[in-house]
Design a protein around this ligand. Structure first.
Ligand SMILES: [Zn+2]
Length: 176
């Protein structure tokens, strides 16, 4: 899959993330691409909605659940891709799997909640057979800067700890 194409859609996800940031939310943006076209996009609303589950990727998939299912039923070979500014968590990757997403492409790795490297060997075959392929690190520094901007103005212990984890990760990028 072409790098340029992935970069183009990650740029769109970054623009979605910037909208969340402008609202004071954690800047995760997600873009749903069906057969190479943007079908929908949205961003994270954890803080503005005061929930634990309003991640951009899951919001997007649940909002377009019917569209995705119909597209797959109509054409089993349809290509469904999910672009996001942050490595997906367990819920979002699971939600992508349930929606038969073919590929998940993310920008910045998430040292706290990212599960893209998890071993699937012990999962039931239903999960293994439908697991999307995952590609990460596209324009990761752009997303990282946005996350750091957000975390720098947070005052809770959790966000301060997250910030340390992200900074430690970025320090390793400079070494390599
Ligand atoms: Zn998530």
């Amino acid at each position: 899959m072409s790098n340029l194409r992935d970069k183009k859609f990650i740029h769109e996800a970054l623009r979605e993330g910037a909208k969340a940031l402008a609202r004071g939310d954690f800047p995760v943006g997600a873009v749903l691409v069906i057969n190479g076209r943007v079908a929908a996009k949205t961003n994270n609303a954890l803080l503005s909605k005061r929930t634990w589950g309003d991640h951009a990727e899951t919001r997007l998939l649940l909002d377009r659940s019917k569209t995705i299912r119909q597209a797959r039923v109509k054409n089993p070979k349809v290509r469904i891709e999910l672009y996001t500014t942050l490595e997906p968590c367990l819920m979002c990757l699971g939600c992508a799997m349930l929606h038969r997403v073919d590929r998940v492409i993310f920008s910045c790795p998430d040292p706290r909640g990212g599960v893209s490297h998890m071993t699937r060997a012990r999962l039931p075959s239903f999960y293994r057979d439908n697991w999307p392929s995952v590609r990460g690190g596209i324009l990761k520094k752009n997303a990282y800067k946005m996350f750091l901007r957000f975390m720098s103005v947070q005052h809770t212990k959790q966000w301060k700890e997250n910030k340390k984890l992200f900074e430690a990760m970025a320090a390793k990028w400079r070494e390599s």
